[in-house]
Design a protein around this ligand. Structure first.
Ligand SMILES: *Cc1c(COP(=O)(O)O)cnc(C)c1O
Length: 378
């Protein structure tokens, strides 16, 4: 028998979540880039993209992933979120008809000098305060004019990515900064909204950032960029924040109890003896550790389900195992099913207890964990 750990990807949940995003943004006529970077947030790009095929486009980072989608038959837009990495990449962008972010001078120069078969769609990225990628907002007008003159560019979309849409929830300064600097840019398309903006800052995608004339207003188009919400988790780590939308978790992780121990008062558990029993106590040993992608930082008290009963981890997580308290589930025994996260235990709650975010847990699911893909309602 294989080791009893396995992950399940709920394909119908992905489809359901995309529909929920569509419902949310459709009154603004927004289009959707489904963000599938990092192997679709750990869910497996090659297997899951078809559940999201009602999207308007896929956004990702790696050219290989873009080629994979094209080879599997996706013909609609693909956006390279970090743009191209080397000038040579432009040949593939041309060949596979990809939309690319342009965030730096060298990329504009490369486009000025390239010999392409046809012009490409470009997302000009401006830095609204994250200070990772993007042209300085103060130079927005000048950069836009320069880009507009490049024959290899077909159409320009104005793009930015906010630093605080989820965290302190206040993007007023970032938004105002980019609005002030981009007012005079004749963009008819913008893309500013990740999941947190979609959820909590709808004015960003319901009205243009610049002063479009009434004539052009009817052509205004916003492309939202949902990632985490498609996978059924919350951008701010709080599961109640996404309750209203009825998002469904797309990933669950299950294992079993490999062993049961009965501790005496004073006995300790795991490396470093971080947990000490103060009375007799039954504990279970779960076949899941940090080499499976479970967070090693998860402290004693991290929520976990045994036979559907909520309990907690005890002591340090080791490479292949972790320990759980069996007090709330006295009937649990070797072979009992354990849910590490999933439909009955939000990944957000586990991430929160471990001092991280659901994004990291999804992406960290390790290659040694077998994944099954199911399409039922569960
Ligand atoms: C990852 C990413 C997104 C999606 O963010 P979520 O918080 O997962 O919705 C959107 N835009 C850019 C530029 C990204 O890198």
């Amino acid at each position: 028998m294989p080791r009893p750990i396995s992950a399940t990807v709920h394909l119908s949940a992905l489809h359901h979540n995309l529909v929920a995003v569509r419902d949310r943004v459709s009154y603004a006529n927004s289009k959707i880039w489904s963000v599938v970077k990092a192997n679709a947030y750990g869910h497996g790009l090659a297997r899951v993209w078809r559940c999201l095929e009602k999207t308007d486009g896929f956004a990702l980072l790696d050219l290989n992933d873009a080629v994979l989608l094209r080879e599997q038959g996706w013909q609609k837009p693909i956006l390279l979120l970090e743009g191209f990495f080397k000038t040579e990449d432009l040949a593939l962008i041309d060949h596979y008809n990809l939309t690319t972010v342009v965030h730096s001078d060298w990329q504009l120069a490369a486009l000025e000098n390239a010999k392409l078969k046809k012009p490409v769609e470009v997302y000009l990225k401006f830095n609204s305060g994250m200070n990772r990628l993007g042209f300085p907002c103060e130079e927005a007008h000048e950069i836009w004019q320069r880009a507009k003159q490049i024959a290899n560019i077909k159409h320009l979309t104005l793009m930015s990515h906010f630093a605080n849409a989820a965290h302190n929830g206040n993007i007023d300064n970032e938004y105002r900064f980019i609005q002030q600097n981009c007012q005079s840019i004749p963009a008819d398309c913008s893309s500013l909204a990740n999941s947190a903006v979609i959820l909590w800052h709808p004015s960003v995608y319901t009205s243009p950032i610049n002063n479009l004339s009434n004539n052009n207003l009817s052509h205004f188009c916003h492309w939202v960029r949902p990632g985490i919400m498609l996978y059924g988790a919350s951008p701010n780590g709080q599961v109640q924040a996404i309750k209203d939308l009825g998002l469904r978790p797309a990933m669950s992780l299950h294992s079993e109890l490999l062993a049961v121990q009965t501790l005496k008062a004073g006995d300790t558990v795991g490396y470093g003896s971080h947990y000490r029993a103060n009375e007799a106590q039954r504990i279970g040993i779960v076949a899941c550790g940090y080499a499976d992608g479970y967070p090693r930082n998860a402290p004693t008290g991290t929520p976990i389900l045994v036979e559907g009963v909520l309990t907690k981890t005890l002591g340090a997580v080791s490479m292949d195992m972790l320990a759980v308290d069996l007090k709330p589930c006295p009937h649990a025994q070797v072979g009992s099913i354990v849910e590490l996260w999933g439909n009955h235990l939000p990944i957000d709650d586990v991430a929160m207890a471990a001092g991280t975010i659901s994004y990291e847990l999804m992406c960290a699911l390790s290659a040694r964990v077998p994944v099954s893909f199911i399409t039922d309602g569960e």
